[in-house]
Design a protein around this ligand. Structure first.
Ligand code: 5AD
Length: 348
């Protein structure tokens, strides 16, 4: 079987034997890549047409109790200038976002336990009441099942929690040996069970990652059936233990995006900021490889530079929600178009 056959088989059966995933990930020619992306676009267009959904990202706290070795807002980074947004500031972001055409707000933050369940629920209810036609997505890490239940009851609809790597040793290696993938997977199961549209995902090219790990991640995603998959390249941050590690590659990231689209036709798949950071046209290339979501930044401008998960993270231009017109133009250059819609998962 050659790679074209593998890609066609993946499209038809929506999965491949492990050995074929591994082969595909390591031996794609330029022609194979183009073929993969064309198939991925075809599948995405059969489900979502030419529409690209936009999400307004509100980075509401960069305090974090975790110490992930890759992340710039890890607890031991003493150089990180910490901030928290108040509920009022968050509501202001939403108001601005709504006027710009956003119908999904993503509340993303470090694991900041000063945002208690009560506090989180007050914020979620405030958003739900103020903008009843919008989806609310949370990206706030690991919490108890009861907490997740409370957020769902308060009106949150979606939850992003990248699994980072389903391979136990690799997961431990990314988190200083302190965290277990089992906890992460339990959270993901709870979230899906509660009724959230749930997103998992990985960094492509994270330190220590092998092709076998990527295959494990693909197999896990197939089995778990997420509504969303967040995948961007790893990018080193100067104030982390991984400062000298190489970034993930554009090609590897695009391959994974194309494969995930063929494996899960209805998945909501962002062309991530990290992809747009390693190469200026990264996001457009992501859209052309099967992605159908972009998530510009709605956080107040003065805080954006403080939410640095990795070096070079942009805070202006088409990354910024207030420049949504620039983003529209960029997206249109790919033949797709930004729409003002909640953009729920097609199977939901
Ligand atoms: N490079 C790329 N992505 C990163 N993330 C955190 N640190 C980095 C980095 N250095 C990603 C993680 C996390 C998400 C919020 O951001 O995958 O889940």
């Amino acid at each position: 079987m050659d790679n074209r056959d593998r890609i066609m088989r993946l499209r038809e059966e929506m999965v491949l034997p492990r050995a074929d995933f591994a082969e595909l990930l390591t031996s794609m020619s330029k022609e194979d890549e183009e073929f993969l992306y064309a198939q991925a676009r075809d599948v995405r267009e059969s489900v979502y047409g030419k529409e690209v959904y936009i999400r307004g990202l509100i980075e509401f706290t960069n305090y974090c109790r975790k110490d992930c070795l890759y992340c710039g807002i890890r607890a031991s980074n003493k150089d990180c200038d910490r901030y928290r947004l108040s509920k009022e500031q968050i509501m202001e972001c939403a108001q601005i976002g709504y006027e710009l055409g956003f119908r999904t707000f993503v509340l993303q933050g470090g694991e900041d336990m000063t945002f208690t369940d009560e506090e989180m629920c007050a914020i979620i209810s405030g958003l739900r009441k103020g903008w009843p036609d919008c989806a609310i997505t949370l990206s706030i890490g690991e919490r108890e099942r009861e907490s997740y239940e409370a957020y769902f009851a308060a009106g949150a609809n979606r939850f992003l929690l990248r699994h980072e790597s389903v391979t136990p040793d690799h997961y431990a290696g990314l988190h200083g040996g302190k965290l277990s993938i089992d906890t992460r997977l339990k959270c993901l199961k709870d979230l899906k069970d509660i009724g959230f549209q749930t997103g998992c995902g990985i960094m492509v090219g994270s330190p220590g990652q092998t092709v076998e790990h990527l295959v494990n991640d693909l197999m896990f995603m197939k089995e778990f059936g997420p509504h969303m998959v967040g995948m961007g390249p790893f990018i080193p941050h100067a104030r982390t233990p991984f400062r000298d590690k190489p970034a993930g590659s554009l090609e590897d990231t695009l391959h994974m995006l194309g494969i995930v689209r063929l494996m899960m036709p209805e998945v909501l798949l962002p062309a991530t900021t990290a992809l747009g950071t390693i190469i200026p046209t990264g996001r457009e290339l992501g859209l052309l490889a099967g992605a159908n979501v972009v998530m510009p930044n709605l956080s107040p401008k003065q805080f954006r530079s403080k939410y640095t998960l990795y070096n070079g993270k942009p805070a202006t231009g088409e990354e910024a929600a207030e420049s949504v017109d620039k983003l529209r133009a960029k997206v249109e250059s790919t033949g797709y178009r930004v729409v003002t819609a909640r953009g729920d998962h097609a199977g939901t």
